[in-house]
Design a protein around this ligand. Structure first.
Ligand code: NDP
Length: 496
């Protein structure tokens, strides 16, 4: 024996031979009683958990949020105390690709943050874009279907994507961002992050404010063109992991400045009257001119995970993880995600996913949930297993009661998509692009439309025209070029 630890089974029994199966004679067969071999093979079969349906390919690291400013007039959250430093975890991801997908693909990036605050975990599960393709949770599974593989061909379908987008004009804003330079960042460090949804903050006086969260990269924005990405992917499919892990391992710690936009609670009604947009519509931003950015602090990533699977693959971010001082808003997509994210974690990780080291709050946790699949730890007070009780079990704390929301209205199904102006905000974005950015936007769209039926292309072009005639004309011109250069045809819907 050396001074190395002794190999054991998972039940702790020492293993005498980890090289040779137990057989009848030297040539076999193998005996069923070789339980150590059976454990090893059975465990291998269980090494994978279901990958996320969306955001399957990810990269992450730990870090710190430092609050440099005083926003306590908006929020009582401990995480926002001036000078507070809170340990955090970030996970970045692409949306559509599976776990083996290349990193440098044109796609929206997930920008998920978990803050281990002294009053529980606060998760901000955002993207690198301030808006999203759809505003109603009914449309989310449909939209994701268009990004995933066609049931018959098992290929991604440009026809499905543009069919859906052209029938849902509220997607135009996000489509323009996706097809612009910012749709293909070089690394997770060279992009902004946004909470995207409208959330709320509430202060010690019980006042509520609507809020948008912004994280601006200090590394600068860097993007690949489509042609550059082809070269990059030809050399490595793991460029984000290499860049993020490598940078932190080399002692260079990427940083973002954190900002908020704040809207007093009752002003949401005025905002809608003035702009025609709901302040809770995920396909729209709040213009900075009306709601300037307010600095909160800075976020730095400074520690790599030791075990990718345990800490990044099993990290579980929930928009429903809020803490006293932070709340929700009526944003319909947010309301849908409040259900679907924890539901996904219970499905793919298990009932007690919050007890895994990476997801575990750093503050004490006391509740009355019992049993189920693989609970870890023992109750310190086994008699207090129901509530109310006379045995010293945990009790509620009314001092952290959130102020009531002032929602009113008639129950119904309201289609504000049909009435809202889906063109002005993409126009404001389009007008920010210089000639080079516009030209790349046109050619990225033309490339992405290869093989799509003309009827669908025409429907989408009509939307671009409504943003700006130069947008539609630019894409038309790029499509003429692409037709001669790009022979690929999307045959996914050919049989329909
Ligand atoms: P502003 O000029 O005040 O703000 C422009 C914002 O756009 C900045 O946050 C900037 O981020 C970002 N931006 C700059 N260049 C690009 C680009 N090429 N692609 C994507 N984003 C870019 O304008 P408004 O607030 O009035 O918004 C105008 C448009 O800007 C919106 O319609 C929206 O499309 C886009 N935008 C707005 C945001 C908002 O929250 N208001 C946030 C992000 C984009 P940075 O400083 O990091 O360069």
């Amino acid at each position: 024996m050396t001074d190395r630890p002794r190999l054991t089974t998972s039940a702790g029994a020492p293993v005498a031979d980890n090289q040779n199966a137990k057989t009848v004679g030297p040539r076999g067969p193998v005996l069923l009683e070789d339980y150590q071999l059976i454990e090893k093979l059975a465990h291998q079969n269980r090494e994978r958990i279901p990958e996320r349906v969306v955001h399957a390919k990810g990269w992450g690291a730990y870090g710190t949020l430092r609050v440099t400013e005083d926003i306590t007039k908006y929020s009582r959250a401990a995480v926002f105390k001036p000078g507070a430093e809170t340990e955090m975890l970030a996970r970045f991801s692409t949306v559509a690709g599976e776990q083996g997908a290349a990193d440098a693909e044109r796609d929206v990036r997930g920008f998920a943050l978990k803050f281990y605050t002294e009053e529980g975990n606060w998760d901000l599960v955002g993207n690198n874009t301030p808006v999203f393709f759809v505003a109603d949770p009914y449309k989310f599974p449909d939209f994701i279907h268009t990004q995933k593989r066609h049931p018959r061909t098992n290929l991604r379908s440009a026809t499905a994507m543009w069919d859906f987008w052209s029938l849902c004009p509220e997607s135009l804003h996000q489509v323009t961002i996706l097809m612009s330079d910012r749709g293909l960042p070089q690394t997770p460090m060279h992009m902004n992050g946004y909470g995207s949804h409208t959330f709320s903050l509430w202060n010690d006086e019980g006042e509520r404010f609507w809020v948008k969260f912004h994280f601006k990269t200090r590394q600068g924005h860097k993007h690949f063109t489509n042609d550059e990405a082809v070269q990059v992917i030809g050399k490595s499919r793991e460029t984000y992991q290499e860049a993020l892990f490598g940078t932190i391992a080399n002692g260079q710690f990427p940083q973002w400045d954190m900002f908020i936009q704040v809207m007093p609670e009752m002003e949401a009604i005025e905002f809608e009257k003035k702009t025609g947009w709901s302040a809770f519509d995920l396909t729209k931003v709040w213009p900075h001119g009306d709601y300037p950015l307010i600095k909160v602090g800075e976020m730095e990533l400074n520690r790599n995970a030791e075990n990718y699977f345990a800490e990044i693959e099993q990290s579980a971010f929930n928009p429903s993880n809020v803490v006293p001082g932070i709340g929700f808003s009526p944003d319909k997509m947010l309301q849908g995600r409040l259900f679907s994210y924890p539901d996904a974690h219970r499905y793919r990780i298990g009932t007690h996913y919050d007890t895994l080291e990476v997801n575990k709050p750093r503050c004490p946790v006391h509740h009355y949930h019992r049993d189920g699949e693989m609970p870890t730890g023992l109750r310190t007070n086994p008699d207090a297993y129901y509530e109310p009780n006379s045995f010293g079990g945990p009790v509620e704390d009314p001092s952290v009661q959130e102020p009531p929301h002032r929602y009113e209205g008639e129950v119904g199904r309201y289609d504000f998509r049909a009435e809202a102006d889906h063109y002005s905000q993409p126009r404001a974005l389009f007008n920010m692009f210089d000639e080079g950015q516009k030209s790349r936007l046109f050619s990225n769209i033309a490339t992405a439309m290869a093989g799509v039926p003309q009827e669908i292309v025409d429907r989408q072009l009509a939307h671009f025209d409504k943003v700006d005639q130069a947008y539609g004309d630019g894409v038309r011109e790029a499509l003429r070029h692409a037709k001669t250069e790009n022979a690929s045809v999307d045959t996914s819907h050919a049989a329909e």
